[in-house]
Design a protein around this ligand. Structure first.
Ligand code: NAD
Ligand code: WQD
Length: 358
């Protein structure tokens, strides 16, 4: 086994994973990226290598394949794991919950089992603000602090809730474990280089990728899911965070855990958000400005499961991890537009058959 130590990144070819691999390398870490490419492309890894001028170890395996995963942990000196891999579409999770529970929970169990077997006990887990459910059901819970009670409302969110608790229980049973739970709010934008970004396989579920496809002419208009909420313009409020800021939050969590005395374990949740809310129309305006395009839209009915306001209280991460989001929504829109214009069909050559409107 080589004496060089590595951080394993599951889901390393995905949207947030790929941006975090870049930051890890910039911070001097050696990385092993694992991904089954079910929602990503190897091209993301190739672009990372071009960006950082270094090769990245990559394994195309499914996280649930215990034998192959174990082989990686036996072959390298692994220091810790950033665990991004998951299925993540809320709507889809209500249609195929078995696949979501199997992929997300069984994948995490397999990972934790293999880590335990190899005595690697440091994990940073990609959780989500979705675990809070509708925080407006309480008074005084907006912005949302980490101690807001959890009540996920869809199978995807429930998998995050279960995995958080899995790590919590494991840490209780063996206090030498270190688990950092990062609850992301709404990640947006792309790498400022324009080389990597979000590359949705089908019709985008999320606001910014959808808007980007409208601006580039792949879709006719945005459907705004309701304008009868109690906000300044009637549309829901979210805490949109630049993906590079989010990626840096993982370095902060890793460094925090590495700074602990060697016999100190940890289980802790941190919100990664900006603390600032924007409505759908605030975002439409910001993206219209960034792209220089009029963005046609139509108001349609509310989307099932949408809530009025999901804005983070990020003060715990500031105080304990010394991390804050520094980039604006405007910057994220500019970076997304650069990524979109330079890669109008994402990473995938087979996307070139998509209809272009203008
Ligand atoms: P993504 O789909 O781009 O990345 C996830 C990656 O995991 C993909 O590359 C996919 O191919 C891979 N993967 C999925 N199942 C796998 C398996 N069984 N084995 C190996 N690889 C597998 O998604 P993302 O937006 O980068 O999200 C990363 C993480 O952050 C996920 O856990 C997601 O739930 C969480 N998260 C995302 C958001 C968001 O809005 N993007 C918000 C909160 C939390
Ligand atoms: C944002 C706003 C929509 C699309 C989701 C997950 C959450 C987390 C982040 C993973 C909402 C409106 C959207 C469109 C619209 N992911 N919208 N038309 O729902 O806040 O969060 O991604 O953990 O769990 O639920 O993000 O980008 O889908 O929506 O009007 O075509 O944009 O109603 O107000 P959301 P989103």
């Amino acid at each position: 086994m080589s004496s060089k130590s590595y951080i394993v990144v599951t889901g390393g070819a995905g949207y947030i994973g790929s941006h975090t691999v870049v930051e890890l390398i910039y911070h001097g870490y050696n990385v092993i990226a694992i991904d089954n490419l079910c929602n990503s492309s190897y091209e993301a890894i190739a672009r990372i290598e071009f960006l950082v001028r270094k090769s990245v170890l990559f394994y195309n395996i499914d996280l649930r394949d215990e034998k192959q995963l174990s082989h990686i942990f036996s072959s390298y000196n692994v220091q810790g794991v950033l665990h991004f891999s998951a299925l993540k579409a809320v709507g889809e999770s209500t249609k195929i919950p078995l696949d979501y529970y199997d992929n997300n929970i069984y994948g995490s169990i397999t990972l934790l089992r293999v880590m335990n077997k190899h005595n690697i006990k440091t994990i940073v887990f990609s959780s989500s603000a979705t675990v809070y459910g509708d925080a407006t059901r309480f008074e005084n819970m907006i912005p949302i602090p980490e101690n807001c009670p959890n009540e996920p409302t869809n199978p995807y969110g429930k998998t995050k809730y279960v995995i958080e608790n899995l790590i919590k229980d494991l840490q209780k049973s063996d206090p030498t474990w270190r688990g950092a739970i990062l609850r992301y709010f709404n990640p947006i934008g792309a790498h400022p280089s324009g080389l990597i970004g979000e590359d949705p396989l089908n019709v985008p579920n999320n606001l910014l990728p959808f808007l980007a496809q409208v601006a580039i002419g792949r879709r006719e208009k945005l459907y705004v899911f309701g304008n009868d909420y109690e906000s300044h313009d009637g549309t829901p409020i979210r805490d949109y965070i630049h993906v590079v800021d989010l990626a840096k939050g993982h370095i902060a969590a890793l460094e925090y855990m590495n700074s602990l005395e060697s016999d100190v374990g940890l289980y802790r949740e941190w919100n990664l958000g900006t603390g600032k809310g924007s409505t759908v129309f605030d975002i439409v305006n910001a993206f219209s400005q960034a792209s220089g395009k009029e963005l046609p839209y139509e108001i349609v009915g509310r989307r099932d499961g949408d809530v009025l306001n999901l804005t983070a209280d990020p003060s715990r991460a500031k105080k304990e991890l010394n991390w804050i989001a520094t980039m604006t929504v405007e910057q994220a829109c500019r970076d997304l537009w650069k990524w979109t214009t330079e890669n109008p069909f994402g990473f995938r050559v087979d996307n070139y058959h998509w209809k272009v409107f203008n």
